[in-house]
Design a protein around this ligand. Structure first.
Ligand code: PMP
Length: 392
């Protein structure tokens, strides 16, 4: 044994019990985790290569196929948050020098641009102000101009509260020999998305929004067209961890025996399995309807408080995350802090291009109830009465 003295003492704070306050998470995510999913995540582990784990992974795959409405065999969950799925999509589908077109109307297009540039892609952006969506005609013009091999767009723009219409987009992209990549982290389960029928080639989501599981696993799926492209690359994907060849094998999506790639976050997968099971039991249509009704209820309540909704047209408001504008003179940070400190409710300010412009309220999955909408409206009313209003 070493006789050397330890230079770093054990931190005294770790002798204290773990302290976690009770909070209603009505920001853009994560959402509160319901007891059934919490219980699943707290179960004892099994080995990540045990046959029972493979069975659970197969069940997750079926759950994702249902949630995405796809028959794609290359469907799995990435071990990591939504950003990992975003990177997995781009770094498998894009090779250095390829042209990529990215729709930017909030932070997610900006992030996809950053990732694509790191991959050495020839990146072009189609930019709109936050709060607006893209019309097919505008997209078609950009496809014709840049001739990309991949087009990225966000279905639920959580930084601005926009729900991007997707009908006709897959067909359009395929006419221009381009793959369609869609981010549905903030919209899956909250608004209709039909991967196969809408011709989406790559779709990914996250676990911590409507699915109500803790963050850390991210559903993803690839169409046959996307599969062909990624499996006929000239170069290896620049990440071992996110290499879809390896992950396809780990998830039983090829015909070879499964071999060790990484140690899966086993209890994150238990939780994701339960989140998907709840969605399957509830039914997608019911889930979409519930989110729509509760978001309309919240929007009406915000308007009654005299607040202005950020997204002008109702049909393109994201049912999971609602954005609104604070009246002149209020400081958004003071309002969110007041609501957190006095009411133990999280709501959030803007992000990226919407920073300083909006406040965001999320009603997702288990949290999407009229009761929660009333709670946050009550807290907001209180904040508007008690927070400092600059008279200048
Ligand atoms: N895309 C969208 C639309 C999101 O809302 C988020 C999370 N807020 C992400 C991607 C990234 O997900 P994560 O934070 O899990 O990495």
């Amino acid at each position: 044994m070493s006789s050397q003295q330890l230079l770093v003492p054990p931190p005294a704070v770790l002798w204290q019990p773990l302290a976690i306050p009770d909070r209603l998470l009505l920001g853009p995510g994560p959402s509160n985790v319901p007891p059934r999913i919490l219980a699943a995540g707290g179960r004892q582990l099994i080995g990540h290569l045990h046959k029972e784990m493979f069975q659970i992974m197969d069940e997750i795959k079926l759950g994702i196929q249902y949630a995405f409405q796809t028959q794609n065999s290359l469907t799995l969950a990435i071990s990591g948050p939504g950003h990992c799925a975003m990177e997995a999509a781009l770094l498998n589908a894009v090779e250095a020098g390829e042209v990529v077109l990215i729709a930017v109307n909030g932070i997610w297009g900006e992030r996809a641009t950053d990732i694509s540039k790191r991959l050495g892609a020839d990146v072009h952006q189609l930019v709109k102000p936050p709060g607006e969506y893209f019309a097919l005609k505008e997209i078609e013009e950009a496809l014709a101009q840049h001739k990309p091999s991949l087009f990225f767009i966000t279905h639920g723009e959580s930084s601005s509260g926009v729900l991007q219409p997707l009908d006709g987009l897959g067909e359009l992209c395929h006419r221009y020999k381009c793959l369609l990549l869609v981010d549905s982290v903030a919209s899956l389960g909250g608004a209709p998305i039909l991967m196969d029928q809408q011709g989406i080639d790559i779709l990914y989501s996250g676990s911590q929004k409507v699915l109500n599981a803790p963050p850390g696993s991210a559903p993803i799926s690839f169409s046959e067209r996307a599969r062909k492209k990624i499996f006929s690359r000239r170069t290896k994907p620049p990440s071992f961890f996110l290499d879809m060849g390896w992950l396809a094998n780990y998830w039983g999506c090829d015909d070879k025996p499964r071999i060790y790639h990484h140690t899966a976050p086993i209890n994150s997968f238990f939780s994701l399995r339960e989140g998907l099971a709840i969605l399957a039991e509830q039914g997608l249509e019911n889930s979409w309807k519930l989110h729509k009704e509760n978001s309309l209820y919240l929007c009406a309540g915000l308007q009654q408080l005299g607040l202005q909704l950020f997204v002008k047209e109702q049909e393109v408001r994201l049912p999971t995350i609602t954005t609104f504008v604070l009246p002149e003179g209020y400081d958004w940070k003071e309002v969110t802090t007041f609501i957190m400190n006095k009411h133990a409710i999280e709501i959030s300010g803007g992000l990226g291009p919407s920073a300083g412009k909006v406040l965001r309220i999320g009603l997702m999955g288990y949290n999407s109830t009229k009761f929660n909408a009333d709670q946050v409206l009550h807290a907001l009313k209180d904040a508007l009465q008690h927070c400092h209003k600059n008279k200048l």
